[in-house]
Write a protein that binds this ligand. Structure first.
Ligand SMILES: Cc1cc2nc3c(=O)[nH]c(=O)nc-3n(C[C@H](O)[C@H](O)[C@H](O)COP(=O)(O)OP(=O)(O)OC[C@H]3O[C@@H](n4cnc5c(N)ncnc54)[C@H](O)[C@@H]3O)c2cc1C
Ligand code: FES
Length: 589
C-alpha cells in the first residue's frame, strides 16, 4: 500500500542567484497535521512563476522516496529533507514507471488525478545545488509528476494512498516524459498519449506538434518541435558570397538589393517570411558589421531581394546605400527564421508598418503565385505616399487574388495623396478601427513593424476575437528575453562584457541582432553566460540542454556541447545553455 510520507508547502521567496535575484516557490517544508488540498494549491503553498508552474493542472507536485534513495546514492549526498525536490507530497510508492497519466488516487479526504510529469526548469537544480538536475531527472527517468485536485479535502502525512481508477492507455509518467524530451517520439506512442483525456492541455499541445512534425516529414530537420519552433535548416552553412544584381528605390527612404549566385545558378528557394544575414566590412569599423534583412521578393525566385530602410546614422544601411554597387559581392548567410506563412486554407491578415512590409510582402507574393483562394487582407501603415514602399507591386499582387483586400493608413498624408484612392485611413490604424473591421476569427495574422504598432495591433486583434496562437510577429531587432523567475532584469543595451575572465581571448562570438561582437573566454562557461554578461536578451528555462527554450539559429560556425543535450537542436541551430565555441560563431541573438 502506498503512503503519504510528508506534506510540504512553501510560499515564493526571493533568492540570490548568479548575481541576480530569482523569485521561486521551490523551497517547501513539511507540515505537521492536516492541510487542505484545494483546486489550485495546498493551503499555504504557492508558486513563483505561474507561467511554468501551478494552476489547476499542476496543483500538486509528487515525488517518491525511491527517487530520494536513487539520488542520495548517485549524487553521494545524505543531506536531503522532505520537500527537497520542490514536491508537495513526498510518497512511498507511486513510482514514475508505474503511475499512469489519468490514474486517480484518494488521499485523506481529497481525490487527485495525474495530469503530467514535472516541468523541467533550473529551479530544482538551484534548490539542490546541482545545476544539471533538470536534465538528470529526465535522463534517469525520475521526473515526478503533477496531479490536479478532483475533490478538495484534507491530506496529512501518514495517510494511505488508495488507487481509485487507472488512466486509459496506461501510459506511465516515465514513458510520457521520455516521449517529449528524449529522441524518438514514436508516432503510435504520440497517438496513444493524445487519447488520454487527463493529460494536461500544455503537454497535449507539445505532443500534437511532434505528431504534426512526423506527419509533414519535417522531423528530418532534427530538433524538437514539441519544445520549440526551430528555423528550418539553412540551405548552406555560414556565409556565402552573393553578387548584387540590382539596386532599386522603393520609396523616399527604402531601397532594394537583388542578390544572385556568383555563378548565375538559381539560389535555393526561401520560405515566405524568412530573412538573410549579411556581413559587411566598412573601412571605419573595427570588426565586421552583421545585419539581418527579411526577404521581400517572391519566394522561389532565382534571386533574393531584400529591401532596406536607410536609417539616419545607421552603419549598415548607410554603407549599403552609399557604397554598394551592382556587381559587388557580399557575404550572406542562408535564409532562416520561424516567421513563416503557415500552409492552411483559412483567411490571412498581413499587417505591417514602414519597412516592416518586407516579410509580409514575401508572403503576399507566395499567396499570389499559387492563386490562393484564401481571404487575404493587406493592412499597411506609412507616413505618406512618398514613404509608401511597394504600392504598385502590392496592388498588382492583390489583383491576382480572388479574395484580396487592402487597407492603407497614412499618418501624415500630403496634399498630393488622395483619400479613398491612395489611402484608406488618414492617421494611424487604431485598435478601435481594427476591431470595427471585424477581422475573421479563424484568420492567421502576420505582423511586422515598430514595437508600439505590433503591441497595439496584437491587442486589437485579440480584442476582435483572434486567439493569440494565431497572431505571429516578426521583430526587426533582438527578441524579448525569457528569464523565468528572475526579478532583477537588466534594462541595459547590449555591451562589451565589463571584466572578461583572465587568460587569452578565444574565438569571436557575434550576436547578430544585438550588433555586438565579443571575444570568448572559457571562464564564461557557456555561450548563454557570455550573452548574459553582455546583457544580450536571451531565452532559457532549464539551462542544461533539456527544454530547448534557448535554441538559437547558428548563422555561422559550430559549437561544442558539455553536457550533451538530451536531444540535439535542429540542424543549423544551437542550444546555447550547454555549449561553447571552438571557433568564431555568429548567433541570431
Ligand atoms: C529578423 C530581422 C529582419 C529585418 N529586416 C529588415 C528589413 O527588411 N529592412 C530593414 O531595413 N531592416 C531590417 N532589419 C533591421 C536591420 O537588421 C538593421 O537593424 C537596420 O538596417 C539598422 O541597421 P544600421 O546598421 O543601419 O543601424 P545601426 O547603426 O545599427 O543603428 C540602429 C539605430 O540607431 C540609430 N543611430 C545610430 N547611430 C546613431 C547616432 N550616432 N545618433 C543617433 N542615432 C543613431 C540609427 O538611426 C538606427 O535607427 C531586420 C532585423 C531583423 C532582426
Ligand atoms: S535552456 Fe533548456 S535547453 Fe537550454
Amino acid at each position: 500500500m502506498a503512503a503519504l510520507v510528508a506534506v510540504n508547502v512553501g510560499m515564493p521567496k526571493d533568492v540570490p542567484w548568479h548575481g541576480r535575484t530569482t523569485r521561486t516557490g521551490i523551497w517547501k517544508s513539511p507540515v505537521a497535521g492536516p492541510v487542505m488540498a484545494r483546486r489550485l494549491n495546498l493551503d499555504g503553498d504557492g508558486q513563483g512563476d505561474l507561467a511554468g508552474h501551478g494552476g489547476e493542472q499542476r496543483a500538486v507536485l509528487v515525488y517518491q522516496l525511491s527517487s530520494y534513495r536513487h539520488w542520495q546514492e548517485y549524487l553521494e549526498r545524505d543531506d536531503f529533507t522532505y520537500g527537497q525536490f520542490g514536491e508537495n507530497l513526498t510518497v512511498d510508492g507511486l513510482a514514475d514507471d508505474e503511475v499512469c497519466i489519468g490514474d486517480r488516487y484518494g488521499i485523506g479526504g481529497a481525490v487527485f488525478e495525474v495530469t503530467q510529469p514535472r516541468v523541467t526548469c533550473y529551479r530544482v537544480g538551484l534548490r539542490l545545488g546541482e545545476p544539471q538536475m533538470a536534465a538528470l531527472l529526465v535522463s534517469h527517468r525520475r521526473p515526478g509528476f503533477y496531479m490536479r485536485v478532483l475533490t478538495e479535502g484534507p491530506v496529512r502525512a501518514g495517510d494511505e494512498i488508495v488507487k481509485i481508477s487507472s488512466g486509459p492507455e496506461e501510459m506511465t509518467v516515465a514513458e510520457i516524459d521520455a516521449l517529449l524530451y528524449l529522441p524518438g517520439h514514436a508516432r503510435p506512442q504520440l497517438e496513444r498519449a493524445l487519447r488520454i483525456p487527463a493529460l494536461s492541455p500544455g503537454w497535449k499541445t507539445s505532443l500534437r506538434a511532434l505528431l504534426d512534425d512526423a506527419d509533414h516529414g519535417s522531423g528530418a530537420a532534427g530538433g524538437n518541435r514539441g519544445l520549440t519552433t526551430s528555423s528550418p535548416p539553412p540551405a548552406w552553412p555560414g556565409f556565402h558570397r552573393l553578387e548584387v544584381a540590382g539596386i532599386e528605390p522603393e520609396s523616399a527612404s527604402i531601397f532594394s538589393l537583388t542578390l544572385a549566385a556568383v555563378d548565375g545558378e538559381p539560389l535555393p528557394a526561401a520560405l515566405p517570411g524568412q530573412f538573410l544575414t549579411i556581413r559587411l566590412r566598412p573601412d571605419a569599423q573595427p570588426s565586421p558589421v552583421i545585419r539581418t534583412y527579411s526577404l521581400s521578393g517572391r519566394p522561389g525566385a532565382e534571386t533574393y531581394r531584400i529591401s532596406i530602410k536607410q536609417e539616419p546614422h545607421g552603419v549598415a544601411s548607410t554603407y549599403l546605400r552609399q557604397h554598394v554597387k551592382t556587381g559587388d559581392v557580399l557575404d550572406v548567410a542562408a535564409p532562416r527564421g520561424t516567421f513563416l506563412l503557415a500552409d492552411a486554407d483559412t483567411p490571412v491578415l498581413l499587417l505591417s508598418a514602414g519597412v516592416g512590409a518586407t516579410p509580409v510582402l514575401a508572403m503576399l507574393h507566395a499567396l499570389a503565385a499559387e492563386r490562393s483562394q484564401r481571404a487575404v487582407w493587406w493592412l499597411h501603415a506609412a507616413r505618406d505616399g512618398e514613404n509608401h514602399p511597394f504600392a504598385d507591386e502590392v496592388r498588382a499582387l492583390l489583383s491576382q487574388l480572388p479574395a484580396g483586400r487592402s487597407f492603407l493608413a497614412y499618418s501624415r498624408p500630403s496634399d498630393a495623396d488622395r483619400p479613398g484612392v491612395d489611402y484608406t485611413v488618414g492617421g494611424r490604424f487604431t485598435p478601435e478601427w481594427i476591431r470595427g473591421l471585424e477581422p475573421p476569427r479563424d484568420a492567421d495574422a502576420y505582423l511586422c513593424g515598430p514595437s508600439t504598432f505590433m503591441r497595439d495591433m496584437t491587442g486589437a486583434l485579440e480584442a476582435a476575437g483572434l486567439p493569440s496562437s494565431r497572431i505571429h510577429t516578426e521583430v526587426f531587432g533582438a527578441r524579448s528575453a525569457l528569464t523565468p523567475g528572475v526579478v532583477t532584469g537588466s534594462a541595459r543595451a547590449p555591451h562589451q562584457p565589463a571584466a572578461p575572465p583572465g587568460g587569452r581571448p578565444g574565438p569571436s562570438v557575434a550576436f547578430a541582432r544585438s550588433g555586438l561582437t565579443v571575444p570568448w573566454h572559457p571562464g564564461y562557461g557557456t555561450l548563454l553566460e557570455l550573452a548574459e554578461a553582455c546583457d544580450v536578451p536571451v531565452r532559457w528555462s532549464c539551462r542544461t540542454g533539456t527544454c530547448h527554450t534557448c535554441e538559437t539559429a547558428l548563422l555561422s560556425g559550430r559549437v561544442e556541447y558539455a553536457p550533451q543535450p538530451l536531444e540535439p537542436p535542429a540542424g543549423g541551430s544551437a542550444l546555447i545553455c550547454c555549449s561553447t565555441p571552438p571557433a568564431d560563431v555568429v548567433l541570431d541573438l
